[in-house]
Ligand binder design. Structure first.
Ligand SMILES: *Cc1c(COP(=O)(O)O)cnc(C)c1O
Length: 457
């Protein structure tokens, strides 16, 4: 008999979690203004809000913490971190930052000016936020197929070269860089193929435009290249990652994703001018250039996390769990962005809560329903997150309206996946009775989803 698949690690430490009653959850959600970001984490049973900073560190990472060098400048931890990034990404200039958005803030402070146009394959919300806050324009150039959630494609995160070229042509001299996000988080954790990475970079370079890789989940992207793209099955994850980065001019990274640390990020490049320019913004915003807002021990754990999460077994264990959850949803007929993404399943709320009008935020409503059903906290990646158009101030209803079930790395078991799928099925079964959604009572002008206050209709 062939042995079944199992995790490539065992558990050394556990953290208890608590169930609650529906009555309690009704009360807690009301107090949270129907915004799950406002819930107390202790009132959540299974927390799928994000895979960011929520992973379980390994025994090797915990022991690396003990070796942290907390010297203000020139700590050994910095050099270990720098060496690892140079080895895995191939960039010699590295600036640590406290997380991914801080890397964006530091680099964009140097590169982005009012009126600039910055194309990208679905900019992540903080990336778009940092562009729009500087009165520049973010233009999405993701391949149009990504919007059809039911279409099975191996690399749905790809850039549309046609859309990209149009932006580059129409904005000659006004595009400081292009952002290539791997995996493409916003359209469902969908990967970008090596071929598309190369073609995108070639096209940008033809127009003299550099490319910044937003590399929060570059290792998961490399896993998909290895398992889905022809010519890569015998290459290691580290070889594939190195090749991915070889085409781009710089990388920003939220290390809270694929480096499996609770906090951390960085900028990496071989462009000395960019490095010198960004450095001067690191010091006032983040801290001196050899710690950038992080402890020495954090830098050590980050380096160790990068090293181990660019190994095939670790990534296979992770992606297998996400695919397992997807297979349960298939069994129950629940529509999600196909195929399953690397870090999450994105349920197509528009197709689930068909009776809730888009003005009443179906995905946000589904997020509330799932929490009420079983204490599971997911995240809306839809019309609420899309914010308003900065010029017309209208809600942006043009994209997808998704409920994201983000799976933390090395945290939950497949039994938890069974509970999640069953809870969703229960909500799905009564979908026709859910006809009203939520209305906004208060919202912030930018990145409103974190703090928005809602009313149930
Ligand atoms: C999380 C994320 C960011 C921002 O990183 P933080 O560490 O949350 O600040 C940027 N881009 C992508 C693709 C992300 O997933």
């Amino acid at each position: 008999m062939e042995l079944p698949f199992a995790e490539s690690w065992k558990i050394k430490m556990i953290e208890p979690i608590k169930k609650s009653t529906r009555e309690q959850r009704e009360q807690w959600l009301k107090e949270a203004h129907y915004n799950v970001f406002q819930l107390k984490a202790e009132n959540v049973y299974i927390d799928l809000l994000t895979d960011s900073g929520t992973g379980a560190m390994s025994d090797r990472q915990w022991s690396a913490l003990m070796l942290g060098d907390e010297s203000y400048a020139g700590a050994t931890s910095f050099y270990k971190f720098k060496q690892t990034i140079e080895k895995i990404l191939g960039f010699k200039y590295v600036i640590p930052t406290h997380q991914g958005r801080a890397a964006e803030n530091v680099l964009f402070s140097y590169l982005v000016k009012e009126g600039h146009v910055i194309p990208g394959n679905a900019h992540f919300d903080t990336t778009k936020g940092h562009i729009e806050a500087r009165k520049a324009i973010a233009i999405d150039v993701t391949c149009p197929e990504a919007k059809d959630t039911q279409k099975e494609l191996p690399f749905k995160g790809n850039v549309s070269l046609e859309l990209l070229e149009k932006v580059l042509l129409e904005n000659k001299g006004n595009v400081p860089f292009m952002v290539l996000t791997v995996t493409n988080n916003t359209v469902g954790g969908q990967p970008v193929s090596m071929k598309n990475i190369k073609e995108t970079c070639d096209l940008c370079h033809k127009y003299g435009v550099p490319v910044v890789m937003d590399s929060a989940r570059f290792a998961e992207n490399a896993y998909f290249i290895k398992t889905r793209e022809e010519g890569y099955k015998d290459k290691s994850i580290k070889e594939i990652a190195k090749q991915m980065f070889s085409y781009v001019d710089a990388a920003t990274m939220s290390a809270k994703k694929d480096a499996i640390v609770n906090m951390g990020g960085f900028i990496a490049t071989n462009n000395e001018e960019w490095y010198e320019g960004a450095k001067s913004f690191c010091i006032p915003f983040e801290g001196y250039i050899t710690y950038g807002g992080l402890n020495g021990r954090d830098l050590n754990a980050l380096a160790q996390g990068l090293e181990e999460n660019t190994e095939f077994d670790m990534l296979q264990t992770r992606i297998h769990q996400v695919e397992y959850l997807a297979s349960k949803l298939d069994e129950y007929g629940i529509p999600y962005q196909r195929p399953a993404g690397g870090h999450a399943i994105f349920v197509d709320a528009d197709k689930v809560l068909t009776a809730v009008p888009k003005e009443e935020f179906p995905a946000q409503t589904l997020t509330c329903e799932l929490y009420l059903e079983a204490g599971i906290r997911a995240c809306e990646i839809g019309y609420m997150l899309a914010d308003r158009d900065p010029i017309t101030k209208e809600n942006r209803f043009g994209g997808l309206d998704l409920l994201r079930l983000a799976i933390p790395r090395r945290v939950y078991t497949d039994n938890h996946m069974d509970v999640i799928a069953a809870a969703l099925k229960n909500v799905y079964d009564k979908r026709e009775s859910i006809t009203r959604g939520v209305a906004i009572e208060w919202e912030a002008p930018l990145m409103r989803h974190f703090t928005v206050k809602l009313r149930r209709l």
